[in-house]
Design a protein around this ligand. Structure first.
Ligand code: ZN
Length: 566
């Protein structure tokens, strides 16, 4: 029985409509409660900014491709080294650091929940094994269905219920959380050295289009009553002129859920490109945000690019091959049997480079031109656009036009003609930042009901106290104080315990993995379907019995069971 009182906190809690009230937060046994006894441990927040723990709704932190990124770049592992401390293991790495480095750095920035953006079902065990060492944030895994043979066959048959049965069984089997669709159809085509390019072109041998795969997966997602919506990495990532594909995809998205979006589109910066080739490359953030402002059934994350070295990694194998042809540096490529693909390339985003400078501007434009902050999450698609340790700088750029102007002076001088950023004078306030870094993420992921993203009574006691006194600063001018303040909390509290203080971890930590188990009737259990079993045994290198991840892999876990009606 442990009680804690966070006294004198300047609280911003958007889900409970609290905007800068000085309050005490009472915590008992890991949950927020009305009050605690005088004997409770006390943390004095001294009137400093206090937010619900950060939630990252799209990041790459654990699993096979992250690990391969580590193998590929020993020079990255030499960066960011830190020695062991009483409650901290030694760490190394910058853009793809060790699991411990990720969890410590997220905790230092006040983050308490992180979603891994792409888990191949076949390789789920690796993700879960690394999750168990990511001890200071609760973890969730988006599960890849973009090139799933059984799904595509069921789509070709026009059998929505079967698509739902396959998705539901797979999620429960591999302890996944959300439905991730990366370059639908394109990852399967990559098995033949091709990409798909158009949402209406048919996938070879399956006769279905990316648009159909997406439509069926969105509807199956809703049929299964999953907490999160379908989570899409749109076709044609990183190609000049891809905004047309993005707009058409947005236009097609149905509105099927009144609690949250029906479609979550990730790293939209990489999908908002105008021009027809690199020579006339330009921003189309205006058209994409215009569409988003008309479509409340869609939420996005920015996929902000920040300058410096990083590593790109995605299930989008053909995209990484295109990037390899541009950079001619190291490249890793992987085909995941009947499911998906992946690729990894280290990159350096340079201020001198015109394309990189335009990319940097587009992410900011999307956040500044999206009217409703609940529709646009702050993320870099860690580490693709930049390592997540750059979030404080992204926050400062969104809060200060002056900071943006100063940065614009340092980028390629031709950038201004190709972007909208210099004309945008909007400066986000701290409430909007709190929405875009935790409240909107929790809502979009559908985990508010299990106590994430807010500080109301009954919520998980995940709290971040930042050394920022909002009444004493003007974020528009004092952007350096915003960067410093968001870089390191005074206290990060996870499930009612102070887990880090001024950058040092105080405990080894004990995270939970959140996964879903849709309740599906015996007659729709796809793993008992003779046709499915036969194909599985014939084409997979593992047997059906060995495919599911045993619950023992998740030493502590929260299972969300859903009613499905199938
Ligand atoms: Zn991603």
């Amino acid at each position: 029985m442990h009680s804690l009182l966070v006294k004198n906190a300047y609280v911003i809690d958007p889900l409970n409509n609290i905007r800068g009230e000085i309050m005490d937060i009472a915590i008992k046994d890991g949950k927020i409660v009305e009050s605690v006894k005088d004997s409770a441990e006390v943390i004095d927040a001294k009137g400093q900014l206090t937010l619900p723990g950060g939630v990252d709704s799209h990041s790459h932190i654990c699993g096979t491709k992250v690990n391969f990124g580590r193998y590929m770049s020993p020079e990255d592992m030499r960066a960011g080294r830190g020695r062991a401390q009483p409650y901290m293991y030694p760490v190394s790495g910058y853009s793809v650091p060790t699991v411990y480095a990720n969890t410590y750095r997220y905790s230092k920035m006040g983050y308490t929940t992180v979603l891994e953006g792409a888990m191949a079902p076949l390789e789920a065990r690796h993700t879960h094994e690394e999750f168990s060492y990511n001890t200071l944030q609760d973890t969730l895994a988006n599960t890849l269905f973009d090139g799933n043979w059984s799904v595509m066959e069921a789509v070709a048959e026009g059998d929505l219920k079967k698509v739902a049965a396959i998705v539901g069984w797979t999620l429960a089997a591999v302890k996944g959380f959300g439905v991730k669709i990366t370059n639908p159809g394109g990852t399967e085509m990559w098995g033949w050295g091709k990409d798909i390019g158009c949402i209406h072109k048919k996938v070879d041998y399956f006769g279905v289009t990316p648009a159909e795969i997406l439509d069926y997966l969105i509807r199956a997602n809703e049929m299964l009553n999953l907490p999160h919506s379908a989570h899409l990495h749109t076709n044609n990532l990183g190609k000049p002129g891809n905004y047309k594909c993005t707009l058409e995809t947005m236009q097609r998205a149905p509105d099927l859920n009144d609690k949250r979006q029906t479609l979550y589109m990730t790293h939209v910066q990489f999908h908002s490109y105008g021009g027809s080739k690199w020579a006339d490359f330009c921003s189309k953030a205006d058209d994409v945000s215009w569409m988003l402002n008309r479509k409340p059934n869609i939420a996005i994350d920015m996929g902000q690019v920040m300058f410096g070295k990083t590593t790109t990694m995605t299930a989008d194998g053909p995209m990484e091959f295109n990037l390899y042809r541009l950079h001619h540096n190291k490249w890793s490529n992987h085909d995941v049997e009947l499911e998906t693909a992946s690729g990894i390339i280290p990159v350096h985003y340079s201020r001198k480079n015109l394309v990189n400078s335009i990319m940097w501007a587009i992410g900011l434009e999307l956040a500044l031109m999206t009217k409703n902050p609940w529709q646009c999450m702050l993320a870099t698609d860690n580490p693709n656009g930049a390592p997540f340790v750059k979030y404080p700088e992204v926050i400062a750029l969104l809060m200060s036009q002056k900071y943006r102007e100063e940065q614009l002076k340092t980028v390629n001088p031709d950038t201004e003609k190709r972007v909208f950023l210099p004309s945008l004078d909007r400066e986000l306030d701290i409430n909007e930042i709190a929405i875009m870094t935790r409240a909107a993420q929790a809502k979009a992921l559908g985990i508010v009901d299990i106590g994430k993203g807010h500080l109301g009574v009954g919520a998980d006691a995940d709290v971040a106290v930042y050394p920022i006194k909002m009444d004493d600063i003007d974020p528009s001018k004092d952007y350096q104080k915003i960067i410093d303040g968001f870089s390191q909390t005074d206290y990060t509290i996870k499930r009612g315990r102070a887990v880090s203080k001024k950058g040092d971890c105080l405990v080894l930590g004990d995270n939970a993995t959140i996964w879903v188990k849709p309740k599906i009737s015996e007659k729709n259990d796809i793993s008992k379907d003779p046709e499915f079993m036969k194909k599985f045994e014939r084409y997979y290198t593992v047997s059906l019995d060995n495919y599911p991840v045993q619950e023992e892999y998740l030493h502590r876990n929260i299972c969300i069971e859903t009613e499905t009606g199938i």
